[in-house]
Design a protein around this ligand. Sequence first.
Ligand code: MG
Length: 399
Amino acid sequence: MSPPSTIQVPEDPLGAGAGLAPYAASDRESRGRRHPEPPPTYRSEFQRDRDRIIHCAAFRRLEYKTQVFVNHEGDLFRTRLTHSLEVAQIARSIARVMGLNEDLTEAIALAHDLGHTPFGYAGQDALNRCMAPYGGFEHNLQSLRVVDVLERKYAEFPGLNLTFETREGILKHCSRRDARELGELGERFLGRTQPGLEAQLTDVADEIAYNNHDVDDGLRAEMISIDQLREIQLFNLQYEEVLSRYPGLDQRRVIHEVVRRMINRLVVDLIDSSRARIAAAAPRNIADVRGASTRLMGFSDELREQNRALKGFLRETLYRHYRVRRMSSKAARVVTELFEAFMGDPSLLPTEYRDETRSHRGSSGDRARARIVADYIAGMTDRYAIREYDRLFDPQCVG
Ligand code: MG
């Protein structure tokens, strides 16, 4: 791996550092890109990262990847694309008010799910099982692989050549085994230090977004009910407030009013509690944030508990609903059979992937071939995976 470059910041940093807290990430203190590049003319370094992410193919594919509900189940459900936009919205609002780096926060939020397989967690679990003999598969690590290796468009480097800080934020968790292979990015998992505040923030914003939109989508799909949700304090407190203020309001609007209040409650708590923790720890710069013994971004004990209860409810009720389980079971079959077919006969792969497997012949090349097959499958959208499955296994399906 190339040594990190030091980013040269022009005299007038284009407002990139304006209004930033001293412990926020900044162009000036960035640990740089793996392949040094001249600074952008009219953008900050993190704006450039954000722009590269928006223009990459993996980002466009998020539109047709499942969050919980398969894309063709209905036009109103969240996809990975709308989920990523909601995470960016929540995270940017918080970053702005806390003096954190909004551009970096947005870049991390938009990239955080780029490595997801088709069919959500069911697809990832299936691919992980297939890949168990070959080093496993983990969507979070795959998001990093997408931006570091798999996007191939730039003349001078593989991937998108993002800054260390954006890559640090994308890699939310990592096993010690994987961390050892990741160089400077893996250091914090081995040394148990923290990422920057923008990464910590986006991690929590992800959770706020998916818990709340899954409540909304789950109610819309009639897989969970308001009566069930009233057992959950976070929901019930807002629900009672909405009913007392707007008696007789139609149900769809009630749900929206409750969900927006839940999000707001969590966001306000996160800002207040994180500010208090930052004040107590008094970090002078991003190095102090990284060196702190615990994360500085987080909920109060009360809201952490309420949020945990909601999460547990969704896990038990929505994610294990028979309709979700049926979809998951089909998804696992599609992913597993695609993997076995391609591993068994790499000549079935599209030309560019097949050619790549040719440089890894024999049983010693199994691991490398499996990774190429996993990259191909992980990059598929839900509908592409289904079409590819038909093309391979349905005798009636041609091309
Ligand atoms: Mg996410």
